[in-house]
Design a protein around this ligand. Structure first.
Ligand code: 26Q
Length: 805
């Protein structure tokens, strides 16, 4: 598409779709017209891709995920179509600033954090690698809440991302599928088949998004389902004259896809959440079977044509649903159906925290999914019988059962997933190993061949090319532009790390990105940042195990040491400490920590004793849009979870690839980053996982650290004294008593080691050239963390599918 064509289509869209003139077009009009213009070349490619996939016999990868944290779509589409310059020139010629137009987009925040963002990176890589793939999920009306701070405390606002329409989305309300719930199960007259008669149904409307590959013509589909009340079910109530209840019933049905649950651990067994899971899974499997069976593929042939990846246990109800479709609706024998099921499904686990494992009360299943409960019992019985052939250890049988008996009877979704899946993977080497040694130990002894690892990755398109154009240009010059699709080419930077000229250019990129974020935060939040300082960044969901409070103790301890006359402020290397974090709305301790960070920021940022050496910035509502601006500006990346708790982390990879050095524990993918970049280019601290394990065994007493470490005591006492709460000692008492009495994630045990690692950071940072050299080596050595590599690992180890162009 050339500039004139682009411009003409854009003007046509304004006139004939929006019905406005250029002069009176609003920002939304311009944005919508821009998107609709851009969609044209993409839809052509999408149609070609769909036709190609329908006619060839290659395997399709089906990704089932309750979350996709996509981030802004327009900039990515411009990149994929390589129309960035054309579009800019076209809009320039109409006196429209394209950046302003693009900035009006509200990102689809249809995910909580890491797991949802990983799904988004994976569909990007699948398209870029020309794999036939489809992502299925839920089209929430409200995504992750918008965070604001009121008096330093988190307040949640609804995410009204659909208000002005979503031009990137194509809804097919005429192609809705039905999903049933509740009701009863009985035998058919012949007595051989079970028949489920749901009590109520909803419609699932497909809402399609384009997933363009980079520098290829492949455009895949992301299909998100939106719930709509069925007309029949409504008519019944209408006809009885009960108008009010008919409207209520509609609302209840449509509620299913209304809102994303903002908890990303300790799931509560909420009925609506289970409805969401079954809703999108049932619609997706119907859609999938329709598309394959109409092409003449038989059930028996399905495993050659599809492989289904379950993103954590959230879509695991797909396993009994698939069995139900085959056995009840298509009259396959149980054994045949089970064999096919076990070939098709794979399961990725993203946690190690026992409280994060999904458990659904049996009682809830009886009410909502009675036939699935029977099938789960059937799967369990068959499995336990098999198991008893190899053991008479009742304890082992009890722990591997899909059904938990106490304190309430409940379904263990991870066990169901593990039993039904062909392959089970963790998301980093350490995590996959710990899965085998702890959470899924008994299963890994029983089926060692089922377990594998695929270390996470990130898409270099969004997180380098789009987020960091200055670095991208430098990389193009240094190693050629091929790195965007082959990130291992970054090894070419290795020798340039020795080149003073290159180091100067690299440092200039970092300085530029700091200016950029300082400018953004000044206008967005009214936060003023010094540009000549080390940017020390910790952005991720707020969780005790991630230990934002340890980062805070570092800062408070420096302040306390200055106040106590133990440290001269002039000896502190100027730093900007940035936080970005949302807390689950019901997570008390996480919300306390947010309030404490804001309170400390208010004091520290204006403390005359500190002479401006420390600045804490906590911009509200950290999301993908902000991540893209913030990460490229970081000098130091904080990855400080307690060893053995962070499954992988992906922020750690984004930072390293944007030239930040990591201060981190040996946890998740940090282990692999550390190994690749080398000990001299990584600030390692803290206990290792086995050390954590031993410390817990021998009894952990956090107060002993408080008593024996002066700088720790100074920091905790300063908070306890009410210094950050106008003298009120009760405000942060829950935080203090948690540190001293429980400290589940052992922040106090790692404090001393963290402080000395931070001292090493300061010392290194003072040698700007040495720092830059290390930063370059981080970029050079982290090409492994491309999500293209992750997808290739899935293809080799799990999916056994290949590229298709
Ligand atoms: C479950 C049931 C009910 C309600 C909510 C949930 C729920 C939702 C989201 C449970 C967990 C999540 C998200 C988990 C998550 O983001 N895990 C992260 O996944 C990343 C990608 O693999 C890893 O890098 C992180 O280490 C891991 O914490």
């Amino acid at each position: 598409m050339d500039v004139t064509t682009f411009r003409n289509i854009f003007l046509n869209e304004l006139t004939y779709d929006r019905g406005v003139t250029l002069e009176n077009a609003s920002m939304t009009d311009k944005y919508t017209a821009l998107v609709r213009t851009l969609k044209r070349p993409l839809i052509e490619r999408w149609q070609h891709t769909s036709a190609r996939h329908a006619e060839t016999q290659t395997k399709t990868v089906v990704y089932l995920s309750a979350e996709y944290l996509l981030g802004p779509q327009t900039e990515n589409a411009l990149l994929a179509t390589q129309l960035t310059r054309t579009a800019k020139a076209a809009l320039d010629s109409l006196n429209i600033n394209i950046d302003e137009v693009i900035a009006t987009e509200i990102e689809p925040g249809l995910g909580n954090g890491g797991l949802g963002r990983l799904a988004a990176c994976f569909i990007d890589s699948l398209a870029t690698l020309d794999i036939s793939a489809i992502g299925y999920g839920i089209r929430y009306n409200y995504g992750i809440f918008r965070q604001i701070f009121v008096d330093g405390e988190q307040n949640e606002q609804p995410d009204t991302w659909t208000t002005h329409g979503i031009p990137w989305e194509t809804q097919h309300s005429d192609r809705a599928l039905h999903v049933g719930f509740g009701g009863t199960v009985h035998n058919d007259p012949s007595g051989t088949q079970r028949i489920w008669e749901p009590e109520w149904q909803v419609q699932a409307v497909p809402c399609d998004y384009l997933v363009p590959g980079y520098d290829t013509t492949t455009v895949n589909t992301l299909r998100l389902w939106s719930a709509r009340a069925t007309d029949e079910f409504n008519l019944r109530i209408f006809n009885s004259g009960d108008f009010e209840n008919a409207v209520k019933a509609r609302t209840a049905a449509e509620n299913i896809s209304n809102v994303l649950y903002p908890e990303d651990s300790t799931p509560q067994g909420k009925e609506l959440r289970l409805q969401q899971q079954y809703f999108f899974v049932a619609a997706s499997l119907q859609d999938l079977l329709n598309s394959h069976l109409t092409r003449g593929i038989t059930y028996q042939e399905l495993p050659q044509h599809v492989t289904i990846q379950l993103n954590d246990t959230h879509p695991v109800i797909a396993i009994p649903e698939f069995m139900r479709l085959l056995v009840d609706e298509h009259a396959l024998s149980w054994n045949e159906a089970w064999e096919l099921t076990q070939q098709i499904f794979n399961y990725t686990c993203h946690t190690l925290l026992p409280e994060a494992l999904e458990l659904w009360p049996v009682e809830l299943f009886e009410r909502l999914l009675p036939r699935h409960l029977e099938i789960i019992y059937g799967i369990n019985e068959q499995f336990l019988n098999e198991l008893r052939q190899t053991t008479n250890n009742d304890e082992l049988v009890r722990s591997m059962s899909i059904i938990q008996e106490h304190p309430v009877r409940a379904i263990r979704m991870a066990n169901l997933a593990t039993i039904g899946a062909n392959r089970i993977n963790g998301v980093a080497e350490l995590h996959s190993q710990l899965l085998k040694d702890s959470v899924l130990k008994d299963f890994s002894s029983y089926w060692p061949h089922k377990f594998t690892n695929v270390t996470n990755g990130i898409t270099p398109r969004r997180f380098i090319k789009l987020a960091n154009p200055a670095l991208a240009d430098l990389l193009d010059d240094a190693v050629g532009s091929g790195w965007v699709k082959d990130l291992t080419l970054l090894t070419g930077l290795e020798e340039l790390a020795e080149d003073p000229e290159f180091r100067t250019q690299f440092a200039a990129v970092k300085a530029h990105n700091k200016e950029r974020i300082a400018h953004i935060l000044k206008h967005r939040d009214g936060i003023l940042l010094p540009e000549n300082a080390m940017y020390d960044v910790m952005v991720k969901r707020l969780h005790e195990y991630k230990r934002q409070s340890l980062k805070l103790l570092h800062v408070v301890s420096l302040y306390a040491q200055v106040l106590a006359g133990k440290l001269d402020a002039e000896d502190i290397e100027p730093r900007v400490i940035m936080f970005g974090a949302k807390a689950a709305p019901g997570y008390r301790m996480a919300k306390n920590t947010i309030a404490l960070i804001n309170a400390v920021a208010a004091k520290v940022n204006t403390a005359p004793e500190l002479k401006g050496r420390l600045t804490i910035a906590f911009p509200a509502n950290y999301n993908v849009t902000l991540a893209e601006k913030l990460i490229p500006a970081a000098d130091l990346s904080e990855q400080i979870s307690l060893a053995g708790k962070e499954a992988s982390g992906t922020g750690n990879m984004k930072f390293a690839l944007n030239g930040a050095l990591t201060i981190g524990t040996l946890d998740g993918a940090n282990v692999e980053i550390h190994q690749l970049v080398g000990d001299e280019n990584f600030f390692l601290f803290g206990m290792t996982e086995p050390e954590v394990h031993n410390r817990l065994q021998s009894g952990y007493h956090p107060s002993s650290y408080y008593e024996s470490q002066e700088n720790l005591k100074l920091a905790i006492d300063l908070i306890a004294a009410g210094t950050f709460s106008n003298g009120d000692r009760s405000t942060f008492e829950p935080v203090i008593s948690d540190w001293l009495e429980s400290d589940r994630f052992m922040a106090l045990a790692d404090f001393e080691s963290y402080m000395s690692a931070q001292q090493a950071v300061e010392n290194r940072y003072r040698d700007a050239d040495a720092w830059t050299k290390s930063a370059i080596l981080n970029v050079a050595r982290c090409g492994f963390f491309s999500s293209d590599r992750s997808i290739n690992d899935y293809l080799d180890r799990i999916w056994h599918a290949s590229a298709q162009l």
